[in-house]
Design a binder for this molecule. Sequence first.
Ligand code: LLP
Length: 416
Amino acid sequence: MSFTYQNGELHAEQLPLSAIAEQFDTPCYVYSRHAIEQAWRAWDQALDGIPHLVCYAVKANSNLGVLSLLARLGAGFDIVSGGELERVLAAGGDPAKVVFSGLGKTPEEMRRALQLGIHCFNIESAAELERLQQVAAELGVQAPVSLRVNPDVDAKTHPYISTGLKENKFGIDIAEAPALYRRAAELGNLEVIGVDCHIGSQLTEITPFLDALERLLGLIDQLAAEGIRIRHLDLGGGLGVTYRDEQPTSPADYLGAVRQRIAGRELTLVFEPGRSIVANAGVLLTRVNLLKPTAHKNFAIIDAAMNDLIRPALYSAWMGIDAVRPRDDAPLLDWEIVGPVCETGDFLGKQRPLALAAGDLLAVRSAGAYGFVMSSNYNTRPRAAEVMVDGSSAHLVRRRETVSELFAGESLLPGA
Ligand code: LLP
């Protein structure tokens, strides 16, 4: 375990969180190197012995410290923008292990990725396929492609993070996929290599994944009969984690079930996990600024806010909130854990039983995925620092922003 209580205080690996707050101030994201490595290995080892590529979904946490750690472990990367591609390069990632997802790739992004020789473009529409052909032809190269198929399965997760249903904007209707594959096979500068899907995020059951897999295998067989050979099958990301009391299937059990179903086929398995690698490898460390008990509710106003961590406001997500040093000299009350931002939606937790005093440190758990990356400067709040703990040392992997940086690119109007 990477975040545990030792001598009455929550630690990140061997470091007390209060020491991190003292050195780097709050709010601050704290990651555990050990937890990331462990989560990565759970994926990689479960695929041992068969051809596979695990492409960490950069969007979940794109800090260069995190990416460089994964690059050293041999990870591939799933990117959705030219910006993420540059991050992967800056972190020492191998472009030959990159898959490019996302439904609005620009010609510039395609060009850069082609020049770097990425592993595969995950294509989401007929128009995008034609565009890639054109860009590849201009460069005189072959673009490796997979079609992101929409298998129309219900991921049974929050509607905002469910992506595999017919009505979603993502992917290509599985019924229309064969025609588009035929078109891709015809185009001279495309090389059909794979098929992919991503049906949603924070899935705790694997039945929807296995249903999607069945449909993709059916498609692969149909294409084979037409002479179009699919070499890799990419099932996307989406495996859930425990935030509260969810009991998600482990990577080992999930991948075991997938391996069983593809046995005997010549396929490379590709996955794009994000959350399951980093979510529980991070906390958001924050300090109680003021206590405001009222006749109706008790508000604990902390120094982090919705701009730092938007998941509770955006998805009604429940994130664990623990006192770094639990105290017994204050009453246990139900607290609304809120930030100072001028929005009623600015809360990180509701009705949390805690014994609190102003100045106390709190840790918002499971904040390693979709935490810092979704933060903003709303209310002109500098974004938090990010720290990676390794044993008993802490590395600042992103310094806190300064206020002057926030408007450095802006200008006054000319004239009087
Ligand atoms: N591949 C594709 C094409 C994706 O769209 C995503 C996530 C992933 C992989 C990684 O999925 P994961 O393993 O992390 O579930 N901001 C939301 C989650 C949005 C997920 C978007 N796509 C949240 O905070 O819950």
